[in-house]
Design a protein around this ligand. Structure first.
Ligand code: PLP
Length: 798
């Protein structure tokens, strides 16, 4: 049906009638979207089945990526590109009078994630399939993804997200593959045939139903699977209060928790976590047993990778099934489990490290808790034998301590590989946060610097730049990102650099149009587009950016001859609904925007834009239009960042701290092609350890700082009275935990350098080119190849 344009058009029209029950003349863009989506799914179904059969028949190792989040965005365009039919379909539709871009708008973003962690999982799926690797995702089919953000009067307002309202064309419900999950109840132990047997009694059963989404590789026949689990009431609820049971069951896959760096500690969250791993493992073992005589070599054929600690209950769950259902003894089960599970750590922020109070955990998952207790006991005994009497060491490393289950400790002890997500992050894990564990298990720790699906973030998101690159170096770069280095030969090629500039300007004009439509702000596409888009967090320091804007504004007001290279500061950020401080920062950005944008004295020289509802599809419009990428986290706090990579790939220059993957970007592009400022991670950690920073000193001694900080509370912003007092207090009363004031001077100086550099347009384009040319390293293809080789031990098919 996609073999030629005419064939496509014919099939499309026929399907449209069949599917929608109306004539073409009556059909709507939604009908067109549904029809095209159905056709693609049908088209890939053969390869999908073949891929699966081949994997199992070959009996080679497969990987299952377990993640509580997948931030997929839209899939229509990606699938068309990966199948190699985008241009043909676009033309065919055009001849029918249908605009592909318009029907793309119909597809809702699949926003089953908060930010970087969920987007990483989505990028990894794309690379696994594109590299013909046997790797599948398992997650939860949340009815409501991350909330929709509206800005009302400068404040964030959250609306429930409804991506499934009109169904989901990509998924296939597999009711026959449903499995049963047990919660609550009690455990009975008894001796049978000389063996201690455990039985989980009086459990409340929930049915987990899988919905499969095909993951289509780029330019290959491989179609992997993303399996999302939905919670439904069991068929014969024993419950007396059926309605209550139904409500509580469905609540499990009702919504995504909207917080990515705070451990919520809510029972529903724990239910979600166990629901995911139990469903996933049961379904894997069922398939496995069809091909293998027994489970003894499971770890040689199956790897379960856990994305952060949220799916860490995979460890006790696999132990439970092996022992209670398959009759293995502890040692054998432990050998299989610990050789089957690998773990990625995503953060060193202590408030984000998951801990579960025993009083919540134990009643909900009584058998799982017993197994964790046993793991803990054996682990502590081992520690005792190493350093007898060192109680302090044992209690700090224990999996259960202070009536809490420490999920990261469980993950390290129960897996064969622990990786960080950027070189600096892994070093901090090994040398500081997880040091005692690193000393215990030096061979488990390794680094896998994050990457991005560069085909989505460049080929798909920036068609103008992609066309130029292909024209310059051929199309091979779409298959191997390293080839982007060939662009280096154009460093001195002025027409090429002019072309690069023209493309950026065109992209900026397109974004400017959107800004005008959405925010009513007219921005000049010749100005520097300076962008900070990411979740709103104190450690990401959107505040530093805003205070600098306030400083620029003050300078311009005080001195009408003050020269400035025109700049548009663009923000996009969702704050967790319960994160009071982050919401204050959103209000501050919007308040500053109002003040600056409406001041006739400022005109077009300075504009501030907050784009609401930052998400994948919005990100795809922003990155191609950015000149400057703000990556200004407090050093040591951002594990990797992936937004930084998307900007770089689209030719934006980074202003950033030496944090996360910025360190590696700096190394790749060199000093001249990035703007580094501020404290280093080592310096920040030294201050945390030994003190010595007094934010008030910076307030008193730097007049620029005093002015902007005072403006938060002195009536400078009309009609907000004491709105920003909490921000003022965080900077002075709480001694500025994120070193905003400490880094202010260095940031300001560096921003001045950015302006200066932008004036030399050709030099700027050279820097931009250097960034694009070196961005191939951050392809998630590279990252996934490293995982496959060093951790999973899987090989490509074909
Ligand atoms: C890439 C991405 C992120 C992660 O951005 P960071 O700057 O690395 O925090 C978050 N949200 C969306 C929608 C993204 O595409």
């Amino acid at each position: 049906m996609f073999s030629s344009k005419e064939q496509f058009k014919k099939t499309f029209l026929k399907r449209l009638e069949m599917l929608c029950g109306k004539s073409f003349a009556e059909s709507t863009p939604r009908d067109h979207y549904q029809t095209l989506g159905q056709m693609i799914r049908e088209f890939v179904s053969n390869d999908w089945i073949t891929t699966n059969e081949r994997y199992w028949a070959s009996k080679r190792k497969q990987v299952y990526y377990l993640s509580i989040e997948y931030l997929l965005g839209k899939l229509l365009r990606q699938n068309l590109i990966n199948l190699g039919v985008e241009a043909m379909v676009e033309r065919g539709l055009q001849e029918l009078g249908i605009n592909l871009t318009e029907i793309e708008e119909i597809e809702p973003d699949a926003g089953l994630g908060n930010g970087g962690l969920g987007r990483l999982a989505a990028c990894f799926l794309d690379s696994l399939a594109s590299l013909n690797l046997p790797g599948h995702g398992h997650g939860i089919r949340y009815k409501h993804g991350l909330f929709e953000q509206k800005i009302v009067d400068g404040y964030q307002v959250e609306l429930p997200e409804q991506w499934l309202r009109s169904g989901n064309v990509w998924e296939v419900r597999k009711a026959d593959l449903a499995v049963s999950i047990s919660f609550w109840g009690n455990v009975e132990a008894k001796i049978e045939n000389d063996r201690l047997i455990f039985r989980h009694l009086n459990a409340e059963k929930v049915t987990a139903v899988p919905y499969d989404i095909p993951v289509v590789g780029f330019n290959t026949n491989t179609v992997n699977t993303l399996r999302l689990w939905s919670a439904e009431p069991a068929q014969f609820p024993f419950h007396q209060d059926v309605l209550k049971y139904k409500r509580e069951t469905e609540a499990i896959s009702e919504l995504l928790y909207p917080d990515d760096t705070h451990d919520e500690g809510k029972i529903l969250r724990l239910k979600q976590q166990y629901f995911l791993v139990s469903a996933c493992i049961q379904s894997i073992l069922r398939s496995y047993k069809k091909q293998h005589a027994n489970l003894e070599q499971l770890h040689e054929y199956v790897c379960l990778h856990i994305n952060d600690t949220h799916p860490v209950l995979a460890i006790p769950e696999l132990m439970r099934i092996l022992m209670d259902e398959e009759g293995f003894g502890w040692d054998e089960a432990w050998h299989i489990t610990t050789n089957a599970i690998s773990y990625t750590n995503h953060t060193t922020l202590s408030e984000a490290l998951e801990k579960w109070p025993v009083h919540i955990f134990q009643p909900l998952l009584p058998r799982i808790y017993m197994i964790i207790e046993e793991i803990n006991e054996r682990f502590c005994r081992m520690l005792w034998e190493e350093t007898p009497g060192n109680w302090e060491r044992i209690s700090s490393l224990a999996i259960i301590a202070d009536h809490q289950v420490k999920m990261a400790h469980l993950a390290i002890v129960g897996s064969f590989s622990v990786n960080g997500v950027a070189r600096l992050h892994t070093e901090i894990l090994k040398e500081r946060v997880m040091k005692p564990f690193f000393q215990l298990y030096p061979d488990k720790f390794n680094n896998k610097t994050n990457g991005i699906a560069y085909r989505r973030w460049l080929l798909q998101a920036n068609p103008r730049l992609s066309a130029l690159i292909t024209e310059a170096i051929g199309a091979e770069w779409t298959q191997s990102a390293d080839k982007l280095k060939q662009l280096l030969q154009f460093q001195q090629d002025e027409p090429f650099l002019q072309h690069l500039k023209k493309i950026k300007t065109d992209n900026k004009k397109q974004l400017a149009e959107m800004i005008y439509k959405q925010n009513g702000i007219a921005v000049d596409s010749e100005a520097i587009f300076d962008v900070q888009v990411k979740r709103l967090h104190a450690y990401k320091r959107q505040l530093l950016n805003v205070l600098h804007i306030m400083y620029l504004y003050n300078r311009m007001k005080a001195d009408s001859s003050f020269e400035i290279v025109p700049r548009v500061f663009i923000f996009g950020a969702k704050a967790s609904p319960g994160y009071y401080y982050a919401k204050k920062i959103i209000k501050l950005i919007n308040t500053v925007a109002d003040k600056v944008n409406t001041d006739p004295q400022i005109g077009n020289r300075l504009k501030v834009v907050f784009l609401e509802n930052y998400r994948v599809s919005l990100a795809e419009r922003i990155f191609p239009a950015a000149d400057v990428s703000e990556q200004i986290s407090t050093a040591s706090k951002e594990a990797s960042g992936t937004g930084n990579m998307k900007f770089m790939l689209n030719g934006a220059l980074t202003i950033g701290t030496l944090d996360g993957a910025n360190v590696e970007i700096h190394e790749l592009v060199g000093e001249d092609n990035i703007f580094i400022f501020g404290l280093t991670a080592a310096e920040v950690l030294r201050y945390y350890q030994h003190g010595g920073y007094e934010s008030v000193e910076y307030y008193h001694h730097d007049q620029r700082i005093r002015e902007v900080v005072d403006q938060l509370v002195n009536g400078f912003f009309p009609n907000v009275s004491n709105e920003f007092e909490p921000i003022f207090d965080s900077l002075l009363g709480e001694n500025d935990q994120y070193f905003v004031l400490k880094d202010f001077a260095s940031y300001t100086t560096t921003q001045k350098k950015v302006s200066e550099a932008f004036k030399d347009s050709i030099r700027w384009q050279q820097k931009s080119l250097m960034n694009i040319a070196h961005a191939g390293y951050f392809s998630s293809d590279r990252t996934i190849k490293e995982y496959a080789r060093d951790i999973w031990g899987i090989l490509p098919y074909q």
